[in-house]
Design a protein around this ligand. Structure first.
Ligand SMILES: Cc1cc2nc3c(=O)[nH]c(=O)nc-3n(C[C@H](O)[C@H](O)[C@H](O)COP(=O)(O)OP(=O)(O)OC[C@H]3O[C@@H](n4cnc5c(N)ncnc54)[C@H](O)[C@@H]3O)c2cc1C
Length: 363
């Protein structure tokens, strides 16, 4: 996977960042590689591998480009994961082969007024015979530009509070569904982040994912797993930055010798490598527990919290060690520094991870 990323992605990273897009040809290569349907059974055209493999793929891709990594991450750890766990047999048969073959998926929970307080969402679903009609707006939806399939959360019974929240599988072509404005971002610029508009969008009743009113469970459980993927993205990009810093400090000469020969620089690199190793183990541990069917909610929150902090520190150090060259776009580390910031925001901010960890340890 890393060789693929090095060969096929690295040459395009700067242009993708500048143009804020991932070319469709590259996405097609990801499908050919089998990395867009890692957990989809082989009988449905997927790779038939496990969650841990998805985590390793996201980490490897993120060493080269965290934007491509998050496209793969959302596809596997959120969209396919949710379908595998919650979809009816016919929904699985309808959509999993497509997701493994060429359809990009997206996961639409957040809205302008509901981020951390996700279950305060105001998108509504009303049931009419064989279908539901969805109305509302979603914000910040990763992959929305490329996606043809969206898991959309709407409240079908607002009087029941979060017990009315229901997940729907929505195709881009359904009437009343529009992908709106694309955000211009600080980091992971090539990954699309868009608004979704649902204007009396008609969705077949059979496209309810899980049961009506169980969307909150779909969201909580999927995001608990998804944030291990974000941990993987963060350790991957931190490794990418550290690799650059190791190479550069051995080449760059000041005061007549390579800057890696100064003990102060060596100690900074050693500390970064140690922190990264610790972060990697929190990610692998959470993934291992999840695959073993053991409780992993606390560990998943810890891995995302810690990995995103380590990623910020390691990428910042890489910029420092490049000196002035670290601050300009001709060198790769300023981008990784920008990319690292998102790890503390999406799939639950760091405060929300702390809240989860506190709840778990206080009982
Ligand atoms: C690039 C990008 C991609 C995204 N992709 C997706 C996607 O694919 N699908 C999707 O559904 N969403 C997506 N999101 C949305 C993301 O999950 C939310 O932005 C995030 O959950 C935070 O919500 P918010 O932006 O409304 O911030 P807010 O919830 O308003 O939080 C603002 C600040 O207040 C703090 N805060 C809020 N509540 C509390 C509390 N109770 N205690 C302590 N502190 C608190 C937060 O920690 C944060 O620092 C994406 C966002 C971005 C930027």
């Amino acid at each position: 996977m890393y060789e693929f990323a090095d060969r096929e992605i690295r040459p395009a990273v700067r242009e993708m960042d500048e143009q804020a897009r991932i070319p469709r040809q590259l996405i097609d290569k990801l499908f050919e590689l089998g990395v867009m349907g890692i957990e989809v059974p082989e009988s449905q055209g997927g790779s038939g591998a496990g969650f841990f493999h998805a985590v390793l793929a996201v980490e490897a891709l993120s060493r080269v480009d965290p934007s491509v990594a998050v496209l793969v991450d959302v596809q596997n750890t959120l969209v396919i994961n949710a379908l595998l766990k919650w979809a009816s047999a016919s929904l699985k048969q309808q959509y999993l082969p497509r997701l493994a073959a060429g359809t990009v998926g997206a996961y639409a929970l957040s809205e302008a007024g509901s981020g951390s307080d996700a279950f305060a969402l105001s998108t509504r679903a009303s049931g009419t015979g064989d279908s539901f009609v969805l109305s509302g707006r979603k914000l910040w939806i990763t992959n929305a530009n490329e996606a043809d399939l969206f898991i959309v959360f709407a409240n079908a019974d607002p009087d029941a509070g979060y017990h009315g929240i229901t997940a729907f599988v929505v195709e881009r072509g359904f009437p009343g569904f529009v992908v709106g404005k694309k955000e211009d971002k600080l980091g992971i610029r090539a990954s699309s982040t868009c608004e979704l508009l649902l204007e009396d969008c008609r969705v077949p009743r059979g496209n309810v994912l899980g049961d009506i009113g169980k969307g909150y469970k779909v969201a909580i459980e999927t995001l608990n797993e998804g944030r291990i993927g974000i941990g993987a993205q963060m350790i991957g990009l931190a490794q990418g930055a550290l690799d650059h810093a190791l190479r550069y400090t051995k080449e760059r000469k000041q005061f007549g010798k390579a800057i890696a020969e100064f003990q102060a620089v060596q100690f900074e690199l050693a500390r970064a490598a140690t922190e990264l190793e610790a972060a990697r183990l929190t990610v692998y541990n959470a993934a291992r527990l999840r695959d073993a069917g053991e409780p992993f909610v606390k560990e998943a929150a810890m891995c995302k919290l810690f990995s995103s902090e380590v990623a910020e520190r390691v990428t910042s150090l890489a910029v420092n060690l490049y000196g002035g060259y670290g601050f300009v776009k001709d060198y790769p580390v300023e981008k990784l520094y920008r990319d690292a910031k998102i790890g503390q925001i999406y799939e639950g901010t760091s405060n929300l991870q702390l809240q989860t960890i506190a709840k778990q340890i206080l009982g």
